[in-house]
Each structure stands twice: as structure tokens, then as C-alpha cells.
Design a protein around this ligand. Structure first.
Ligand SMILES: [Zn+2]
Length: 217
């Protein structure tokens, strides 16, 4: 998933020719200013460095989340931070509010992804599953998304998390209206989920295939 509900407007990409030294993605949330965590992880920093001898001051208020897969995610220039160090976060959890703190000219979120060595950066657009190019990308998916080896049901771009249950080695999904997915089957190469209505009828829907970043494949 992306870092804002609704429209995510990329104003500066990762190491594009017009700005080769830019190691992150600058994103403006046009519909919501809440910065959401795109994956599961653990908050490792939630701070603002004010000592200008430390170049980290440029990030202003920032939050670092480690995804458990060897990547460090940085969300920078926040107006305010909503998480504490050590806190576990899930996709869609609010990390803070987009802002203009640090070395920033206009409210946006600088999103950067580094490997566990703390220095090597990777393409944060690819991490989110969008092109590394200026443009507006809309979060609003409804369907199955696999992120960090777990399946999540997304409704209007928001993962519905608490409703998963694993019983006897099988995953069951309890929907917001109480419906439970009780079967996942592959038919003619497509995966379908099935759930039983309280009235006893049987409904089904198509399951989206994604990679572990949540991008459709
Ligand atoms: Zn930036």
C-alpha cells in the first residue's frame, strides 16, 4: 500500500536525472495528511534532531520503521509523530502527519528506504509498487494483498487486519460484517475465496495475486 489514503502525488523521485542526489521519494498526500505505514514492522526512531552538526537535522521530525526483511524505512519532515520507539506497526497504521520540518520547502513526506547497513538506499517507489516517476498514484484498492508473507484484505485502500484467524493450520478471514472466508481455491488458474453467508448461501470472489510488496502481478 501507499503512504497516504487517496491520492499520493510524487513531486520528486529517487535519483532521477533532474535530481540524482535525491535518495528518497517526495510524496504529497492530496486527500489526507496522515502518513500511514505501508508494511508491518517495528518503530526504531521517532525523533527530531536539532543539532545542525548532525546532518539528520535535515529530516526534521522523522520516524524510522524496520520491516523485519532487512529494510529501514524513513518518513521525514513530519509535522507531528504518532508512534514511539519499540512500537509494532501494521500496514495502514498512522505514523504521523505530513509536514514541513527540517530542510524542507513545502509540506511533503520524504520517504527513504535503506538496507540494514544503514547507508545503502534502494528505490522506495519500487518498494511501494509504483513507478519511480513524478505523478499521482491513488491508493484505494479493495481485494487481497500479500505483504510480509501474510495476506490482508483491503477495503478502499485500508487493510482490515484484526479479523484474520488461523485455525488448524488454515487461515480464516472474518469480514467487517461478520462473514468468514472459509475456503481458498484455484480454479482455471485463478484463485478464489469463498465465504458462507449467515443465511447459509455460499458467495465467492476473485483473489488478486500480488508480490510481497503488495504490487499486483
Ligand atoms: Zn526528499
Amino acid at each position: 500500500m501507499l503512504i497516504f489514503r487517496g491520492r499520493n502525488r510524487v513531486t520528486s523521485g529517487y535519483r532521477l536525472p533532474d535530481r540524482p542526489g535525491h535518495n528518497g521519494l517526495d510524496v504529497v498526500g492530496d486527500d489526507s495528511h496522515d502518513v500511514l505505514c505501508p508494511v508491518s514492522g517495528t518503530v526504531k526512531s521517532s525523533t527530531m534532531i536539532t543539532n545542525k552538526n548532525d546532518s539528520t537535522w535535515e529530516w526534521g521530525n522523522y520516524v524510522r520503521v524496520d520491516d523485519g526483511e532487512g529494510n529501514r524505512l524513513f518518513f521525514c519532515h513530519l509535522d507531528s509523530r504518532a508512534v514511539k520507539v519499540g512500537q509494532k506497526v501494521n500496514p495502514g497504521d498512522r505514523l504521523g502527519v505530513m509536514g514541513n520540518t527540517g530542510y524542507s520547502f513545502g509540506a511533503h513526506t520524504h520517504f527513504e528506504v535503506r538496507k540494514s547497513d544503514g547507508r545503502t538506499t534502494i528505490d522506495p517507489a519500487a518498494y511501494l509498487g509504483i513507478p519511480n516517476a513524478k505523478g499521482t498514484y491513488t491508493e484505494g484498492k479493495t481485494g487481497w494483498v500479500q505483504a510480509c508473507k501474510s495476506w490482508y484484505w483491503y477495503e478502499d485502500g485500508a487493510p482490515v487486519m484484526a479479523s484474520w484467524r488461523q485455525i488448524d493450520g488454515r487461515w480464516y478471514y472474518l469480514g467487517p460484517d461478520g462473514r468468514m472466508v472459509d475456503d481458498l481455491q484455484t480454479i482455471d488458474g485463478k484463485e478464489y475465496f469463498f465465504f458462507t453467508e449467515s443465511a447459509g448461501g455460499r458467495l465467492h470472489g476473485e483473489m488478486a495475486q500480488t508480490d510481497e510488496t503488495g504490487a499486483l502481478v
